[in-house]
Write a protein that binds this ligand. Structure first.
Ligand code: GUN
Ligand code: ZN
Length: 436
C-alpha cells in the first residue's frame, strides 16, 4: 500500500453550490491523504495529521490551493495544430482550416506524434479528464487512448462519424462508421480509466443513416456516451432546417435517432428556444458551454441563465481549435463574461463547479473524479496564488476564498497550475514543462 499526504489550503465541492453553502468544502490548512491512487481523507490538518504514520512524508504546498483536476467537456484532439485560424465563421472555418488539418490524421505516425503532445498540453493546463473528439480515422482515437492509458488518465473519446459534405478523405459510409466505432468500443471502453463516446460530428455532415447508426451504438452499449454539436451558428441552423425539413427543430434531428438522452453531451447549444432547452433538461442531456470558441467564431452567446433555470447539466468546454485556450481558468473567465452580457453573474464557486464536479457529472464520471471527497480517484491540482506579479498583487487584497477563486479564474491560466497529480502521482511533463 502506498500512502501520500498533501498539506495546504483545499477547496472542493460536494454538490452544485447553487443548492447552498453545504456544497462547499474548504480547509484553510488542510490535509489530503491518498492510498493507492484514491483519496481516503480530506480535512483539517490538525484533525487528520495524528492518524498519519510518524514517518509519513507530507508534501506541503504553500501559497497555493489544492483543487480537483479540471474537466474539459468538449475538445478536439486533432485541432490543436490549427488553433488561432482567423477570419471565418463556423462552416467556412471547418472547410478552410479544420478539415485540412484533420486529413493529416489518416497517417498513423501523425496520430502517434500528436497524441502525447495533446495530453501533455491538457495536463499542463490542469485538465485531468476530458471528453474528446478524434477524427474520422480510427487511428486517431487509438493513438489517443494508448497515450492516455500510459498516463493513467480518466479520458473519454470517440472517432468522428461523418458521411457527407466534407473532403472524401474524411468520409465513410454509415455502415463502416458503425463497424469501426464498435471495434473501438470493444477494444478500449473501460480499459484503465478510459471510456468511449459515439461521435456523430453534427447534422450537416451526418445523413439520417449515419445518425441512426450512432443511435444504435448508443442503445447497444448502455454506459457509453454520445457527443455531438448542436445549434452553434445561425447559418448552420438554417442549413440543418433545410436538410431535415420534417424535424421540429435542430434538437429533434438528434432526438429522432435516439440521441437525446442522459448520456448525451451537446456542444454549444446557443441558438435554442425555451422549448428545446426544456427538452434537454427533461432528457437529462448535458450541454458543453464553450465560451472562448463561441466568441472566437462569432457564433453567439449561450443562454446561460435559461440553461441553469431549466436544470440542464452544464460542463465547460475549451473546444480547441475553435476555442482560444486549453485552460479551464480562461474558459471560466469567458463564461463569466458571456453570462454577464446575458444579464447574470456566475459566482466563482459556480464557475469552479462547472469546471470540476459539474463537468464530471455531465460526463458521468463524478463517482470517480471531479471532487476530493474520500473514495474518489486522486486527480488534483495545486494552483498558485502568486503565479504572476499581477495575481500576487491582487491576492494581497483578497478577503475570502470566493474572492481568491474569482481572481484565479479571471487572471489565471496554465501559469497558475503549479502541480498536477493523476491517481495520486505527479503527472509526467513531456513538452509543456520542457519549455519552462
Ligand atoms: N461543428 C462541427 N464540427 C465542429 C468543430 O470541429 N468545431 C466546432 N466548434 N463546431 C463544429
Ligand atoms: Zn467542437
Amino acid at each position: 500500500m502506498t500512502v501520500t499526504a498533501h498539506r495546504g489550503e483545499i477547496f472542493t465541492l460536494k454538490d452544485d453550490p447553487a443548492l447552498g453553502p453545504d456544497a462547499i468544502v474548504h480547509h484553510l490548512d488542510g490535509l489530503l491523504i491518498i492510498e493507492d491512487g484514491r483519496i481516503t481523507d480530506c480535512g483539517d490538518f490538525s484533525a487528520l495529521s495524528p492518524q498519519l504514520a510518524t514517518d509519513q512524508h507530507v508534501t506541503h504546498h504553500e501559497n497555493g490551493l489544492i483543487v480537483p483536476g479540471f474537466v474539459d467537456a468538449h475538445v478536439h484532439f486533432p485541432q490543436m495544430g490549427m488553433i488561432a485560424s482567423p477570419g471565418r465563421q463556423l462552416m467556412e472555418w471547418l472547410r478552410d482550416y479544420t478539415f485540412p488539418a484533420e486529413l493529416d490524421f489518416a497517417d498513423p505516425d501523425h496520430c502517434q506524434a500528436a497524441a502525447p503532445l495533446f495530453l501533455d498540453a491538457l495536463l499542463a493546463h490542469g485538465t485531468t479528464s476530458a471528453l474528446v473528439f478524434g477524427t474520422v480515422h480510427s487511428q486517431s482515437v487509438e493513438a489517443l487512448f494508448e497515450a492516455a492509458l500510459a498516463l493513467d488518465m480518466r479520458l473519454i473519446a470517440g472517432k468522428v462519424l461523418m458521411d457527407r459534405d466534407a473532403p472524401a478523405g474524411l468520409l465513410e459510409s454509415a455502415a463502416d462508421g458503425y463497424a469501426a466505432s464498435k471495434k473501438l468500443i470493444e477494444r478500449w471502453h473501460h480499459v484503465g480509466r478510459l471510456g468511449y463516446a459515439v461521435t456523430p460530428r453534427f447534422a450537416p455532415t451526418c445523413s439520417d443513416e449515419s445518425l441512426a447508426s450512432a443511435g444504435r451504438l448508443l442503445a447497444e452499449h448502455r454506459d457509453i456516451l454520445m457527443q455531438t454539436h448542436l445549434a452553434e451558428n445561425l447559418s448552420e441552423c438554417a442549413h440543418v432546417a433545410a436538410l431535415f425539413p420534417d424535424a421540429r427543430d435542430y434538437l429533434d434531428v438528434y432526438a429522432r435517432h435516439g440521441l437525446l438522452g442522459d448520456r448525451s453531451v451537446f456542444a454549444h447549444g446557443i441558438h435554442l428556444d425555451d422549448d428545446a432547452i426544456k427538452r434537454l433538461a427533461e432528457a437529462r442531456s448535458a450541454v458543453a458551454f464553450c465560451p472562448t470558441s463561441n466568441l472566437f467564431l462569432g457564433s453567439g452567446l449561450m443562454r446561460y441563465e435559461a440553461m441553469r433555470k431549466a436544470g440542464v447539466p452544464l460542463g465547460l468546454g475549451t473546444d480547441i481549435g475553435a476555442g482560444t485556450s486549453l485552460s479551464l481558468l480562461d474558459t471560466m473567465a469567458e463564461a463569466y463574461k458571456v453570462a454577464h452580457l446575458g444579464g447574470v453573474v456566475i459566482g466563482a464557486y459556480e464557475a469552479f463547479y462547472h469546471a470540476t464536479l459539474g463537468g464530471a457529472r455531465a460526463l458521468h464520471i463524478d463517482q470517480a473524479v471531479g471532487s476530493l471527497q474520500p473514495g474518489r480517484e486522486a486527480d488534483f491540482l495545486v494552483l498558485d496564488y502568486a503565479a504572476t506579479p499581477i495575481m500576487a498583487q491582487r491576492m494581497a487584497r483578497a478577503q475570502s476564498l470566493e474572492e481568491r477563486l474569482f481572481i484565479l479564474m479571471m487572471l489565471g491560466d496554465d501559469r497558475a497550475v503549479r502541480h498536477v497529480y493523476l491517481a495520486g502521482n505527479p503527472a509526467p511533463r513531456l513538452y509543456a514543462r520542457a519549455l519552462s
